[in-house]
Write a protein that binds this ligand. Structure first.
Ligand code: HEM
Length: 498
């Protein structure tokens, strides 16, 4: 029987006539054109070739990290005036609202991996301000594993698959971490209950890095950003997370989508911790070392605003997959610091976007600033916004066109921020300071939390060779004897001959 198109169904017919990518009406989408009823297909069947050729090119490179994620639109509203600290226009007064797009993600897994993996979660927010986009590209943990970007590709390789077996590899994972003891603070968070959040709505976000806020007079302060969930923190225990990876691997994706779809909009209260420049050298550790947190007692959270997610993307690929966040997207009033990891990231993100999405990635609607980019960049693959039309494509010129603000040193870069010293590789030297914050964290865990931490670590570490287990165990002992003892006991329970 011939295929009956359900053209009388309003929801289908309301989209109009099917066309080729060239806009020509398609007579049949069910049968290819052949030479005679049983002959081969003709190359003149443009619709078939158009359709297959486009399908053949559907996949773009997935993100090299943070491949699996969920996005949502929303609003950021200022609730507390911090305009004396920054001239960022989107923070200029209480009640000011700025549209945002947020993407949450896991880190190590591929696009199809389980949402419940033990992994940090990405927490990226794009603020579409009147002076271009500010991207807060953080995680759900306030610290990171390493503190020099030159180690990042190696670190990520160890979290991915073995180059020969194509399997996750405990040796690689723990070999690198045990040889990089600065990771212990983040490792302690990762293997605690917070390593397996119950969806994206029930976790905090942190800039991790210290950034700079620049006021209108050029004065500056250092800040860390905190996004605290208004839904309360909720985590899975390891067994639940593992079970869900089999029964509902898209748990976090579904949870976020459904809650927004039914009008239960998740929100986060946004705060900053502020450090005076003179305090920076008196902390006992490097403020720009992303393996460290700031004490909340000495640097209390100052409220800034509220972020609410209230609209799901219409199309996952167009909005979420093509979204391109970068720590280098900063507005006047927000500036970088010498944090080495941040410096490395300022390069890496736009670079990967050019690879993943092409040189005109900023023209893709989800990435393009609401105030419009206005410059002399031209051409390149997929220039789709008119390419500057007839306007001059160089500067200086005598025919109009965009001009620079000349506000040098007044808003984008702080005044009186100096650097000095000889050029060279100055390594961070591992010291007792690098274990103190992990110990403080361990010691606020209750008995149950300590036991689960040790058990979660042993579940992973038991897969590594004994010499690696021993080296990592020595790090737990260096943090706290009790921490070491518990992990050792759990390893032995699992048959380790450590
Ligand atoms: C994603 C590099 C450290 C948070 C990415 C991507 C790259 C990258 C290449 C893929 C981006 C894309 O394809 O759009 C690096 C490098 C780092 C670093 C080189 C260190 C030197 C960090 C740190 C954080 C972080 C410390 C958190 C504080 C994120 C997030 C994403 C991401 C949230 C996903 C953004 C999105 O949702 O599209 N990173 N990263 N990364 N990174 Fe990093």
């Amino acid at each position: 029987m011939a295929f009956q198109h359900p053209k009388d169904t309003p929801s289908v017919s309301s989209y109009g006539v099917l066309t080729t990518s060239n806009g020509n009406p398609v007579e049949t989408n069910q049968t290819s054109t052949t030479a005679g009823p049983s002959g081969p297909i003709l190359i003149q069947d443009f619709h078939l070739i158009d359709k297959l050729a486009h399908f053949d090119r559907e996949r773009i490179p997935e993100r090299v990290v943070h491949a699996k994620g969920s996005g949502a639109h929303g609003i950021f509203e200022v609730t507390n005036d911090i305009s004396h600290l920054t001239c960022a226009k989107f923070l200029s007064h209480v009640g000011k609202k700025t549209p945002i797009f947020t993407r949450f993600s896991t880190v190590g897994g591929e696009l199809g991996s389980a949402d419940t993996a033990r992994d940090p979660r990405g927490f990226a927010v794009k603020f579409y301000t009147e002076e271009g986009n500010w991207d807060m590209v953080g995680n759900n943990t306030p610290v990171f594993f390493i503190r020099d970007p030159v180690k990042f590709p190696d670190f990520i390789h160890t979290q991915k698959r073995n180059p020969r077996t194509h399997l996750p590899d405990s040796d690689m994972f723990w070999d690198f971490l045990s040889l990089s003891p600065e990771s212990i603070h983040q490792v302690t968070i990762l293997f605690s209950d917070r390593g397996t959040p119950n969806g994206y709505r029930h976790m905090n976000g942190y800039s991790g890095h210290t950034l700079t806020l620049v006021a209108a007079d050029g004065s500056f302060k250092y800040v860390k950003w905190h996004f605290k969930t208004d839904q309360k923190i909720k985590n899975f225990y390891a067994e639940e997370a593992t079970k869900l990876a089999g029964t509902d691997p898209n748990h976090a994706t579904r949870d976020l989508f459904n809650s927004i779809e039914k009008g239960d909009y998740p929100s986060w209260s946004v705060y900053i911790q502020v450090v005076e420049p003179e305090q920076a050298n008196k902390l006992g550790f490097d403020l720009f070392d992303v393996t460290k947190v700031l004490s909340h007692k000495d640097f209390p959270l100052i409220p800034v605003g509220k972020m609410t997610l209230n609209r799901n993307p219409e199309n996952y690929f167009a909005e979420t997959e093509q979204s391109a966040f970068s720590p280098s997207n900063m507005v006047p009033g927000i500036a970088p610091t010498p944090d080495r990891m941040l410096q490395g990231r300022l390069f890496s993100y736009p670079d990967t976007h050019r690879h993943r999405l092409g040189p005109n990635f900023a023209q893709i609607p989800i990435n393009s600033p609401l105030n419009g980019a206005n410059n002399h960049q031209r051409d390149g693959f997929m220039s789709i916004n008119g390419n500057g039309g007839r306007r001059p494509n160089y500067e200086p010129n005598s025919f109009g066109g965009p001009y620079q603000t000349n506000n040098i040193g007044t808003s984008t870069y702080p005044q009186n921020m100096t650097v000095s010293g000889n050029i060279g590789a100055s390594p961070y030297v591992l010291s007792d300071i690098d274990f103190v914050q992990a110990a403080n964290l361990y010691n606020i865990f209750n008995e149950g939390e300590k036991n689960r931490l040790a058990s979660n670590i042993a579940d992973g570490l038991t897969g590594a060779q004994t010499f690696i287990q021993k080296r990592q165990l020595a790090i737990f002992y260096r943090v706290d004897k009790d921490y070491g003892r518990r992990v050792e006991a759990e390893l032995k329970k699992r048959g380790s001959n450590i």
